[in-house]
Design a protein around this ligand. Structure first.
Ligand code: SF4
Ligand code: SF4
Length: 385
């Protein structure tokens, strides 16, 4: 079996035990995607659920009701991009143009509902693949990010019900909920609930980095990709809302954590909320010096400006740490970067030759392990200064 790494987290973070919500920002920012047609104009009123952008297969809807007040340039998932700005009227008026008869959870109903609510990947996988093993992952990879573990804990009833619906509608033989063996809280929760679902089992895994990646998780569980499907807890909860309650994903879960904060939290926020609004309204910064804001985690994320960064459906969180300059020293040829790489890339060779590898999965382990603090990931991405 592949040797995976346990990451050391040397910062003690106390998380709020409940999920905190921040759903009432004055303005939301919706990224304008390449090749998408914009369907709204400045000064137009939009309802929650109004389609703002579309391409042939996907549609992006407004998470609030309010007025479009223009466009602006922001950081969209780590890159500069344009966004539609919506002024919130706080009425949460929802566009009601869909009428449904009673839900009957059979195969065709679920697939068509998932396409309708833009879970294209899940829908097409269920449609085209005979699944024998459904694996629900209730953990995250990045240190300090706790979204899936929190969602699993808070919405375990919904997730179990959804798993049961999928298992019976698609005749899935084995369904398992996967939890890290050091998450005793979630283990206790599931041991007390899972008895009601005899076809769902609990599987415990070690606290090793990259197991939230389906490829590595299936390999660890000794399952084959050909008849298995991994869905994380957050997505299961979104599927539940779409299938049972005809709800779009207007909100998402993110973790904001780090030693510069008085308290670290998992939050439920509207898609499109500016990070600066979340920090100003929900967090206290305890470090008086300069702080660095890292979007989407220490291992694979990148520094961002919170006044220019919005939450998208892909955002997992923000890490706030003191901005101390880390001095890179010369390579000492220790070989540790090569030894730790899970896909056998030689990062030192990439650094020396400038020839990048298409096998690199950008996991950040080589930078994490390097005793000379060399930002090898930047060489792998071709942007080391
Ligand atoms: S970032 Fe790329 S080269 Fe570095 S350890 Fe991960 S996969 Fe290997
Ligand atoms: S881990 Fe750092 S110091 Fe060691 S060989 Fe790789 S680049 Fe050089």
């Amino acid at each position: 079996m592949r040797k995976l790494t346990k990451l050391k987290t040397n910062i003690d973070i106390v998380y709020n035990s409940n999920i905190v919500e921040y759903l009432d920002a004055d303005y939301l920012y919706i990224p304008m995607k390449k090749n998408y047609k914009t369907l709204v104009k400045t000064n137009e009123y939009v309802y929650k659920g109004t389609i703002l952008l579309e391409d042939n297969l996907n549609k992006i809807v407004s998470p609030i009701s309010g007025k479009i007040i223009g466009m602006t340039t922001l950081n969209v998932d780590g890159r500069p991009g344009n966004a539609i700005v919506i002024e919130n009227d706080f009425k949460e008026e929802e566009k009601k143009n869909r009428k449904y008869k009673d839900n009957k959870y059979d195969r065709d109903f679920i697939i068509s509902r998932l396409y309708e609510y833009y879970f294209k990947y899940v829908a097409s996988t269920l449609e085209t693949k005979k699944i024998n093993n459904l694996v629900i992952s209730g953990f995250d990879d990045e240190p300090y990010i706790q979204n899936n573990a929190y969602v699993l804990k808070k919405y375990h009833r919904e997730i179990l019900e959804m798993a049961d619906i999928l298992a019976s509608s698609f005749e899935i033989k084995n369904t398992s909920i996967v939890i890290k063996s050091n998450n005793t809280d979630n283990i206790e929760t599931f041991l007390s609930k899972i008895g009601t679902y005899p076809n769902i089992s609990l599987r415990l895994i070690e606290d090793k980095y990259l197991l939230a990646t389906p490829f590595f998780l299936l390999e660890y569980l000794d399952l084959k990709d050909i008849d298995s499907f991994v869905i994380d807890a957050k997505t299961m909860y979104e599927l539940y809302n779409a299938i049972k309650y005809n709800k779009f994903t207007y909100e998402t879960f993110i973790t904001i954590a780090g030693p510069s904060l008085v308290k670290s939290m998992v939050l439920k926020v509207k898609v499109g909320t500016l990070m600066k609004d979340i920090i100003n309204n929900k967090f206290k910064i305890n470090n008086k010096g300069n702080n660095l804001f890292i979007l989407d985690g220490l291992m694979t994320g990148s520094p961002c400006q919170i006044e220019k960064t919005m939450v998208t459906k892909n955002t997992i969180g923000l890490i706030v740490i003191p901005d101390e300059e880390i001095k890179e020293n010369s390579c000492i040829n220790c070989g540790m970067c090569y030894k730790i790489c899970p896909v056998r890339v030689n990062p030192k060779k990439v650094m020396d030759t400038g020839v990048r590898s298409s096998n690199c999965i950008n996991c950040g382990l080589c930078s994490y392990i390097c005793p000379s603090h060399i930002n090898l990931r930047a060489f792998l991405e071709g942007n080391h200064e």
